[in-house]
Design a protein around this ligand. Structure first.
Ligand SMILES: Nc1ncnc2c1ncn2[C@@H]1O[C@H](COP(=O)(O)OP(=O)(O)OP(=O)(O)O)[C@@H](O)[C@H]1O
Length: 370
């Protein structure tokens, strides 16, 4: 076979060649192909090197790295280029919110992380997921709505921080590990929050969401209070959520409560993006032995039953807890670890699921409604 001469390709022919190779690429986060997504922004041959620029509407960094590995040889072959210079940018889509509610200033998409039961690792998942979404290319914020146990400030190593108000009405978010964050925990330092009654708590949370001066965010992760009571229902109904995740352990009792969580979101029309199984396997820190101490297979069955995705499975491992206790979550303190890989895969799944289940609203319109 003769190698094509790069100089002979017209810009249109080159674009068609590149588009054809991209269109054949399959990945678990792509329901349709990259050309349907209009991801090919620019391609050109310069001094024998092929320059390709993609723009994606959802956070896609890890998948992009996989794609480069998989397509580079074929692209060099069909175009005759000697090297490829790849670029990825994100222009993350704003997706339709529940009941077309007006959005929160600056926030494109709001993802609620919930659990039917306390202590299953909802906050740990929310923190590492938010950091993983940022590593995947998003601009990300994290709001701790877990009013009865605001643990996010400590998990981010920011418990000593206090929000400031530049205008006496709004709060500037606390920046921690690159995330814009806010939490009742930054304001209430004793047990006062514990005695708040339902309506007071929901009102305070809605205010926290609306009165924070969020910077431009692609994703705001909301760590919901655990359970499926009145507060959770009020929040699910009144917050302009784009989609929700339900975190569970594989234990029967947690799964029963997770089922209630899914039903609650369905009732108020919040799309359930899927289930995250936390503590799915215990990994021994000495010998690496795996043990399903909370049982196995339950979250998978639950996902099947509700026809939603099992978005990720995170093991129970001492280092995940230690990193959070130190205020250095695993995704930032061990970026090359297998755990970070799992969180980044989860983030990729969440971002893709959010995009594919939704309806894109043009950003100008999305923000005019605010
Ligand atoms: N996969 C895991 N491996 C090891 N430890 C974990 C894991 N997930 C959570 N933990 C630890 O379990 C404890 C409870 O987790 P977390 O606070 O995230 O749960 P939660 O569901 O948000 O609880 P609550 O309902 O009280 O808000 C924390 O100490 C956390 O570090």
């Amino acid at each position: 076979m003769t190698t094509p001469s790069p100089e002979k390709s017209t810009p249109d022919a080159l674009r068609a060649q590149v588009a054809q190779v991209l269109a054949a690429y399959r990945h678990p986060t792509l329901k349709r192909d990259l050309t349907v997504l209009k991801a090919l922004n620019h391609c050109a041959l310069l001094d024998g090197a092929l320059h390709i620029e993609l723009t994606m509407p959802f956070a896609w960094q890890s998948a992009f790295e996989e794609m480069k590995e998989s397509l580079s040889a074929e692209l060099l072959r069909v175009t005759g280029a000697g090297a490829i210079d790849w670029k990825l940018s994100h222009n993350i889509a704003t997706l339709r919110r529940v009941k077309d509610q007006p959005g929160v200033n600056g926030v494109r998409n709001l993802i609620a992380v919930s659990s039917g039961k306390g202590g299953v690792g909802k906050s740990s998942t929310a923190v590492n997921l938010a950091l993983a979404l940022a590593a995947e290319g998003g601009r990300v914020g994290l709001l701790d709505a877990d009013i009865y146990g605001p643990s996010i400030p400590a998990m981010l190593g920011a418990a000593h921080e206090r929000p400031t108000s530049p205008d006496g009405q709004h709060m500037a978010p606390i920046m921690a590990h690159g995330l814009a964050t806010n939490s009742i925990g930054y304001m209430v330092t004793d047990d006062n929050a514990m005695v708040w009654r339902g309506p007071m708590a929901s009102k305070a949370l809605l205010q926290l969401l609306q009165d924070t001066l969020w910077p431009e965010l692609d994703y705001l992760v909301l760590d919901m209070p655990p359970g499926t009571g009145d507060i959770q229902l009020t929040l699910a109904q009144n917050i302009p959520v784009t989609g929700a995740l339900v975190v569970t352990t594989p234990q029967d009792i947690a799964l029963t409560d997770a089922r209630k969580g899914i039903i609650m979101f369905e009732k108020v029309g919040v799309p359930v993006l899927g289930i995250v199984e936390n503590m799915s396997m215990h990994i021994c820190s000495h010998c690496g032995h795996l043990e399903a101490i909370f049982g196995s297979g339950g979250a998978e069955k639950l996902a099947e039953q509700f026809n939603c995705a099992l978005l990720g499975q995170l093991p129970l491992h001492i280092s995940l807890r230690e990193d959070l206790d130190r205020g250095e979550p695993t995704v930032v303190s061990r970026p090359d670890s297998e755990f970070t890989d799992l969180y980044r895969q989860l983030a990729g799944q969440v971002a893709a699921q959010l995009y594919w289940q939704g309806e894109v609203i043009p950003t100008e319109i999305a923000f005019k409604a605010v």
